[in-house]
Design a protein around this ligand. Structure first.
Ligand code: GRF
Length: 201
């Protein structure tokens, strides 16, 4: 099977980026060939250097979002990217960009969507008192964390668990499931049987 060329977009520490690279490069023909970040100094860049994945900064500050997204798009095209994986990318993507990548653009969110969308999924889940906590992996559409779900994974909140404990459980679930789902999406795309919009995996 010919492997796919993947890009990861990140705004933070990049632990999901690292989990993806480690799993995919060890166990599949697919390759993360580019990390794109939206601001300087991200922890994700240091991981990319350690892992030997090229990274680029796509500046958002000081220019309209549409311009930044056109830049993003150009870099993805130039690198021959076939699947775009958002991993802690804290920007809402505009309709043109989302339409251009529909069915090839996936995100992970640290709550059981549709509960607790937005930038504080873990803290909001924790504060809600929900007894079931977890993660959602979904296609990206024009809304905020609103695209069709590909997979959810959850656990029962342990009695008396601290926010830090819950956070660690959620990240562990992310690092387990995101590489699995991305691998499946890439395998299916490589076999010309892409996972459909609305299909769960
Ligand atoms: C993850 O919890 C992800 O679900 C959320 O942002 C966090 C990114 O963490 N969207 P990292 O940068 O992958 O460590």
């Amino acid at each position: 099977m010919t492997g796919l060329r993947l890009a990861v977009l990140a705004s933070g520490s990049g632990s999901n980026f690292e989990a993806l690279v480690t799993a995919l490069h060890a166990q599949s023909p697919h390759r993360v060939v580019l990390l794109l970040g939206d601001k300087p100094g991200l922890g994700a860049y240091a991981r990319a250097e350690r892992l030997g994945v090229p990274w680029q900064l796509v500046p958002y500050q000081g220019r309209p979002r549409a311009e930044a997204e056109a830049d993003l798009n150009r870099r993805l095209q130039a690198a021959g990217i076939e699947l775009v994986v958002l991993a802690g990318f804290m920007r809402l993507l505009g309709a043109d960009f989302v339409r251009a990548w529909k069915g090839r653009l996936v995100n992970i969110h640290p709550s059981l969507l549709p509960r607790h969308p937005g930038a504080h999924g873990i803290a909001d889940s924790y504060a809600s008192g929900d007894t079931e906590l977890g993660i959602s992996i979904h296609w990206v559409d024009e809304g905020l964390d609103s695209g069709p779900l590909l997979r959810q994974a959850s656990f029962a909140r342990p009695a008396g668990a601290s926010l830090a404990e819950v956070e660690a459980r959620i990240h562990a679930l992310e690092h387990e499931h995101y590489p699995q789902v991305v691998r499946l999406l890439a395998d299916r795309a490589a076999a010309s049987m892409p996972v459909g919009w609305g299909e769960r995996v």
